[in-house]
Design a protein around this ligand. Structure first.
Ligand SMILES: CC(C)(COP(=O)(O)OP(=O)(O)OC[C@H]1O[C@@H](n2cnc3c(N)ncnc32)[C@H](O)[C@@H]1OP(=O)(O)O)[C@@H](O)C(=O)NCCC(=O)NCCS
Length: 158
């Protein structure tokens, strides 16, 4: 009998400057309109909650969360295309929600392309629902694409 290969352990930690080349490489392979290296550098400088999921000493995915005034915004969530459907996206999202709760955030927001069905499936699974539509929000190859604004309310325990 052939035994399936066990997944190597993966851990989540803070993103740092040394991660940015691996992060940018995943970003370029994941999005048609990727963030530049400089945008990620600015996220580190801005003091956002920037996290990476590390597997076999390599970055396999990352998330960027901004927190202010009781609200949080998921600015990026991405997993290496070759390492998807292994639960890493959900783990990164869970970690961002944990951090948002720890910062007493009441509601978490994000924008997503309505065509991005896999991401929307993940967000719905975690309890997000659509609260708005931002017309012509995203760059697209022909014109612009709307953004769906999704949110999830967090229960703050006393
Ligand atoms: C969205 C993304 C982060 C999901 O990462 P992932 O590691 O593949 O997702 P997971 O394995 O953790 O899956 C979690 C859930 O997402 C949904 N999902 C993920 N891949 C899916 C697939 N191929 N088919 C259907 N649903 C899928 C499911 O709800 C899944 O839960 P389930 O396994 O219980 O069915 C990944 O597809 C990605 O990086 N996409 C490109 C970047 C992007 O679009 N980010 C979102 C920007 S708003």
């Amino acid at each position: 009998m052939i035994m399936p290969m066990a997944e190597p352990p993966a851990t989540i930690r803070e993103m740092n400057h040394d991660d940015l080349s691996m992060v940018s490489d995943i970003e370029r392979r994941s999005y048609e309109f990727p963030w530049s290296h400089g945008v990620f550098r600015d996220c580190l400088l801005a003091g956002y909650q920037n996290i990476v999921l590390v597997r076999e000493k390599e970055v396999a995915g990352y998330g960027v969360l901004s927190v202010a005034a009781g609200e949080a915004h998921i600015l990026n969530l991405c997993v290496d295309p070759e390492l998807r459907s292994r639960g890493y996206g959900e783990r990164l999202l869970d970690e961002m929600l944990f951090r948002a709760r720890a910062a007493s955030v009441r509601e978490v927001f994000l924008e997503v392309r309505p065509s991005n069905e896999l991401a929307i499936a993940l967000y719905r699974k975690k309890g997000f629902h659509q609260v708005a539509n931002r017309p012509s929000y995203y760059q697209a190859h022909e014109g612009r694409e709307d953004a769906a604004v999704l949110s999830k309310k967090l229960v703050i325990e006393d």
